[in-house]
Design a protein around this ligand. Structure first.
Ligand code: 5AD
Ligand code: SF4
Length: 442
């Protein structure tokens, strides 16, 4: 074993990046790296970046600027950029930022140890290829002490996207859609459960399009995979994200009706409620088709909490188009939702289209967010008086307080002993706030 060095990983963007960061730390452990929470004592800093919106990418460059003083103080410090900005702008980062020693895209993370060895010799390294092999086969999981393992974990089952929505960088940064074989996923899930994990969220950019090799050699759907995972003793909760309306299948509705461990929460982005805009976005579904998917879901699981993503101010969006989005939200009544102002991304089909005035887009975003917040409050308020099973995850800020998650992914604050961590206990909900609930052990 080499001498111990410190690794600081800063994660931006989606949950898949959170998962990848953990795997990168695992990959560098055999090279002698231990993770640290502070960039100041790091020997290597990795910025695991997001390219989804303009602001996300800008943050990376300003963060890199701030790292100059760290490198001045410690010339041996190595700085790497990983993730989707690395994939999209790798060459430019190397050119623009002499501070950066290493650039590696999401599909080449298993080559990180070799690259680390190279940069230790003083070279700079860049790898933004899309190799054939499953990188996760070569990326050991970080193996911290069991006691520090959070009771909820992410597990990537599908990556990439073939849908090419007109606004989106993901098909370019994450590549073509690939599903991991069920055997690997099952082994990883069992390993997580052995280390105290009670809840697993299956990740994929189009997770409900999962079609990996099953344990019997045939192609398995997401629902079939969930069914197999539900058989793992000790695994109490299963979630999945993000889904696409066009990939919703009969067996997934049925799974929600039949499998208790599958949680009643569905993140199903629609982006707009206007058919002409959906068409311009190349979503390949109408507002009506989206609503019918939700009907089917709610028929299978009446208490299903629905979450969504919205883009306002897409090129060509008129007042009437925007009103259609508001109408759709009124109808769905989202339990939670994320909304963004359109941001032109280089290389995407919509990037060259004439944009609408920024003040119009901002006003629409504010109006939409007002409505979404109101609906979210209503959903939160509707839990008061109910008794919900809560998975306790970590201590709260107040002494004697623990924070857990409801089946609907709400944070719940409860007075409870630290031993509650990792357990699912019934909690009577006593109060609601926009982003959390309070309750007492029932
Ligand atoms: N501009 C604004 N928002 C975007 N998203 C994706 N691409 C863009 C873009 N170019 C949003 C979508 C997606 C979420 C992850 O980010 O709503 O569902
Ligand atoms: Fe951001 Fe998309 Fe990359 Fe996730 S996959 S980090 S959301 S660009």
């Amino acid at each position: 074993m080499a001498e111990t060095k410190k690794l600081y990983v800063k994660t931006y963007g989606c949950q898949m990046n959170v998962y990848d960061s953990e795997r990168m730390a695992g990959a560098l452990a055999p090279s002698g790296y231990e993770q640290t929470d502070s960039p100041d004592d790091a020997d290597m800093i990795l910025l695991n970046t997001c390219h989804i919106r303009e602001k996300a990418a800008e943050k990376v460059y300003s963060e890199l600027g701030r790292m100059r003083s760290l490198k001045d103080a410690k010339p041996d410090l190595k700085i790497g950029v990983t993730g989707c900005v690395a994939q999209a702008e790798g060459e430019e980062i190397i050119r623009r930022q002499p501070l950066v020693d290493l650039v590696v895209g999401p599909q080449a993370y298993h080559r990180l140890p070799a690259m680390e060895a190279k940069v230790r010799q003083g070279a700079r390294a860049i790898d933004t290829e899309f190799p054939e092999e499953d990188k996760f086969d070569y990326l050991p999981r970080a193996r911290g002490p069991k006691a520090s393992r959070a009771p909820a974990a992410f597990l990537t089952v599908q990556e990439g996207c073939d849908k090419f929505c007109a606004f989106c960088v993901v098909p370019y940064t994450r590549g073509a859609e690939v599903s991991r074989p069920a055997a690997r996923i099952m082994a990883e899930a069992r390993d997580l459960v052995e280390r105290g994990v009670a809840e697993i969220t299956l990740l994929g950019q189009n997770v409900n399009a999962y079609h990996g090799e099953g344990l019997n050699g045939a192609d398995w759907s997401l629902a079939r995979l969930v069914q197999e995972l539900a058989g793992i003793e000790g695994l109490e909760r299963i979630r999945y994200t993000t889904s696409h309306p066009n990939d919703m299948t009969e067996d997934l509705y049925a799974a929600h009706a039949e499998i208790d461990k599958l949680m009643p929460y569905l993140h199903l982005p629609v982006q707009s409620g206007s058919d002409p805009i959906l068409k311009a976005m190349n979503r390949r579904h109408t507002a009506e088709q989206y609503l019918r998917v939700l009907d089917r879901m709610r028929a299978a699981r009446p208490d299903m909490a629905i979450s969504g993503d919205f883009i306002v101010g897409f090129p060509g969006e008129t007042d009437a188009d925007f009103k259609a989005t508001l109408r759709l939200c009124e109808e769905v009544r989202y339990a939670s939702a994320f909304s963004f102002k359109y941001s032109a991304r280089p290389g995407t089909p919509a990037a060259d289209r004439p944009t609408i005035p920024d003040d119009v887009a901002s006003a629409r975003l504010a109006e939409l967010q007002d409505m979404l917040t109101r609906h979210q409050r209503e959903f939160q308020q509707a839990q008061v008086g109910k008794t919900l099973p809560v998975l306790f995850e970590k201590p709260g800020r107040e002494p004697g307080q623990m924070i857990g998650k409801s089946p609907y992914l709400q944070s719940v604050f409860v007075t409870a002993a630290p031993e509650a961590r990792g357990k699912i206990l019934p909690v009577e909900i006593t109060a609601s706030a926009p982003n959390s609930l309070a309750g007492r052990l029932a």
